[in-house]
Design a protein around this ligand. Structure first.
Ligand SMILES: [Zn+2]
Length: 432
């Protein structure tokens, strides 16, 4: 046998040894469902419809994993009144395999997360929420699941900016470890036990980019947290990130072809499937559970309180909310953060429920007396302020807690912001 021939044979053998098999995997994913059990005013979302959409897509593929990228709770009366627990009960019907903790999972205190875990039929993964001893809040950082002959390692991850998004008192002994180090640690730890690694992450888009750039071991990021979703797949050197818009309005479907031997994506296709009541019939079991919980809050929230002459988007509500705050506590200036306004207001009859959706948090309106020169820039920007004058400044207690840390003397008590808004609508009857 000539040397050339041997060399050729070696080359061919090594190609087949290393090229490995190409296998397919489908990931169905959503994020930030935020307790929206019912479809919205435009008939989008609703847990019973989400369940049906997932089932429908699952039937059309083999080798499927279903994931939710965090923030299952916080956003509707059922969640606020019952501390999020029923949302996990209903979500257990969706057919999820994995879920990761979002920042809002802490909104009812970290103890509730233990209750969520007891309620959930799916696995909750979170690799970087730990206490002083390094113990994991969820007990599980990652899971390896074989799907269609691919050993898929899924790592759960939460933004390491959690402390700036959540009150310290709600986090108790728990804190987040830096995301890049955490991912590196678990990718190394999983090593050859998995072929494909997915990070299921409730993180900021900039954090997604850092992971894509810094860790070649991560093939796919299934994201969450950023409510803008994505229009297209984010790709960096063959590694990708996808996420959907919030509230169950769309289901992401990612179909990948994966080279098991070389541990890399060969190809992928991603689409966002709209979920609405025209497209799908409700899943009956999920619907029954949704109705069970919605009936329990209906008496409190399905009460007409006024009328809106037009649709108001979240940012358009800001000034309206600030006016209501000023009126309620006799302030000179009010500041409402846009992030705290969780929904818009539809045109037509206003129910108390609409205000609950705008303001699901149990926030208070609190005040401080400040000189013009002391005003936080969020308050002074765009206003004519005299440095020497004293102002009564109102804000919600979430913002006030941050401002107290800067030495501003905000009170800790005041009226409930949601009640302030409901009364404001009741008094004015019409929102323009
Ligand atoms: Zn979030």
């Amino acid at each position: 046998m000539s040397i050339l021939r041997i060399a050729f044979l070696l080359l061919v053998t090594s190609y087949f040894l290393h090229a490995g098999e190409v296998r397919s995997l489908t990931i169905l994913h959503l994020n930030d469902l935020h307790a929206r059990l019912l479809p919205d005013d435009r008939k989008r979302g609703g847990f019973a419809y989400v369940a049906q959409a997932i089932r429908h897509e699952r039937e059309k593929a083999d080798g499927v994993l279903v994931m939710h990228g965090g923030d299952l709770v916080q956003g509707t009366p059922v969640s606020t009144i019952f501390d999020g627990v029923p949302v996990y009960e209903v979500a257990s019907q969706l057919g999820l395999d994995f879920h990761t903790l979002g920042n809002h999972e802490f909104d009812y205190g970290w103890h509730k997360i233990r209750e969520f875990m007891n309620e959930a039929s799916f696995t909750i993964l979170s690799a970087n929420v730990v206490n002083e001893q390094g113990k994991l809040l969820t007990g599980e950082a990652y899971r390896i699941r074989e799907v269609n002959g691919i050993r898929v390692g899924v790592i759960g991850l939460l933004t390491d900016k959690l402390h700036s998004l959540t009150r310290t008192s709600l986090m108790g002994p728990w804190k987040t470890l830096p995301i890049i180090d955490t991912v590196r640690h678990y990718v190394d730890l999983i090593g050859d036990r998995a072929d494909l690694i997915v990070v299921l992450a409730h993180i900021f888009p900039s954090e997604e980019n850092s992971i894509l750039r810094s860790n070649k071991g991560v093939s796919i990021i299934i994201g969450g947290h950023h409510h803008g979703g994505q229009d297209d797949v984010k790709e960096y050197q063959g590694r990708i990130c996808v996420k959907t818009r919030p509230y169950g309005r769309e289901l992401g479907r990612l179909d990948v072809e994966f080279d098991v031997g070389n541990k890399r994506l060969v190809s992928y296709r991603w689409k966002r499937i709209p979920i609405n009541t025209h497209q799908y019939l409700p899943d009956p079991v999920t619907m029954k559970l949704v109705q069970k919980w919605e009936t329990r809050v209906a008496k409190i929230v399905d009460v007409p309180i006024g009328r809106s002459v037009r649709t108001l988007k979240r940012h358009e509500l800001r000034q309206w909310i600030e006016s209501a705050m000023i009126h309620a506590v006799d302030a000179d200036i009010a500041y409402m953060n846009l992030g705290g306004i969780r929904d818009g207001l539809p045109e037509g009859e206003i129910l108390a429920r609409h205000i609950w959706n705008i303001m699901p948090f149990d926030n208070l309106v609190v005040t401080a007396r400040l000189r013009g020169s002391e005003l936080p820039k969020e308050v002074s920007t765009g206003r004519v302020i005299s440095a020497e004058r004293e102002y009564v400044v109102a804000t919600n207690d979430f913002i006030a807690e941050k401002w107290r840390e800067r030495g501003l003397p905000f009170k800790k008590d005041g009226p409930a912001l949601r009640d302030v808004l409901i009364n404001w609508v009741r008094q004015h009857k019409v929102v323009q």
